[in-house]
Design a protein around this ligand. Structure first.
Ligand SMILES: [Zn+2]
Length: 261
């Protein structure tokens, strides 16, 4: 299974990529360190290996721990890569469908004077300059810019009116480029959300915003925290289920598999 869930990793330090000798192939893994961790943990998500370790453990010990789990990692990577191959691949080209707040949007890619993107009805109209040599990459970039802009606008319009935000207002909110989490809440009370989340239906987006808003009161996932979430949204488990089922394709730009219904 894709262990996609909501991450609220307070106190985590920056991610760094290290390569360890892994059989014949170098293995890239993402390492995050935490003061609160007691053990080294490995997770595999979307075909990528992530390692979490206590701050005090030396890098060579982490490397050898990862190497000792070689068989397990290889098995899971292969299984996930097979599953990813079975999903429809997104090529960022004319005629493909994207979702914005659960609504299907058709990509229309045509030549133009310069690179632009505009939403008209249920289409995303993209114009690419004739000098553009990488149409797929440029299309992806324009779509990402559009999503970030629209997502920020959605937050600016809706977030402050949510009852949980009225009760406990955040200091600020912004759109981020997360690929492994939907949202985050910082100790400075700033909420951040992945622009990729906004492909999900609006009721799911609202739940994720609520999820982070409730962290302003409880910086954890304690029973008191979940009681607060439920106080504002009695159906929140349904949104959690939706994210578990569809989240992996939302977070992976190269694949696409969900239908919002
Ligand atoms: Zn959380």
């Amino acid at each position: 299974m894709f262990p996609v869930s909501l991450f609220c990793k307070f106190g985590w330090q920056r991610y760094t990529i290290f390569a360890s000798q892994f059989g014949d192939l170098p293995l890239n893994y993402t390492l995050s360190r935490s003061k609160r961790r007691r053990t080294i943990g490995i997770t595999i998500k979307q075909g990528k290996v992530r390692v979490a370790a206590p701050e005090s453990v030396a890098l060579h010990r982490i490397d050898s721990f990862v190497a000792s789990k070689q068989d397990w990692i290889t098995r899971h990577l292969q299984a996930q890569q097979t599953r990813l191959r079975d999903l429809p691949k997104r090529l960022w080209q004319h005629g493909e469908t994207l979702f914005w707040l659960g609504q299907a949007m058709r990509l229309e890619v045509r030549p133009g004077h310069r690179n632009t993107i505009e939403a008209i009805d249920n289409t995303l109209q993209i114009r690419l300059s004739r000098r553009c040599t990488q149409p797929a990459a440029q299309t992806q970039k324009l779509v990402q810019q559009w999503f970030r802009q629209q997502a920020q606008h959605w937050l600016d319009t809706h977030l402050a009116d949510m009852p949980a935000a009225i009760a406990t207002p955040p200091a600020a909110w912004r759109i981020a480029n997360y690929t492994a989490k939907w949202g985050a809440c910082s100790a400075q009370k700033t909420l951040s959300f992945s622009w990729r989340l906004f492909a999900a239906p609006e009721w799911v987006v609202r739940y994720v915003v609520l999820h982070e808003l409730c962290h302003l009161t409880h910086f954890n996932h304690s029973p008191a925290y979940w009681a607060l979430v439920e106080h504002y949204d009695t159906d929140y488990r349904e949104a959690e289920r939706w994210l578990k089922q569809h989240g992996h394709s939302l977070l992976n730009d190269d694949y696409f598999s969900f239908s919002p219904h």
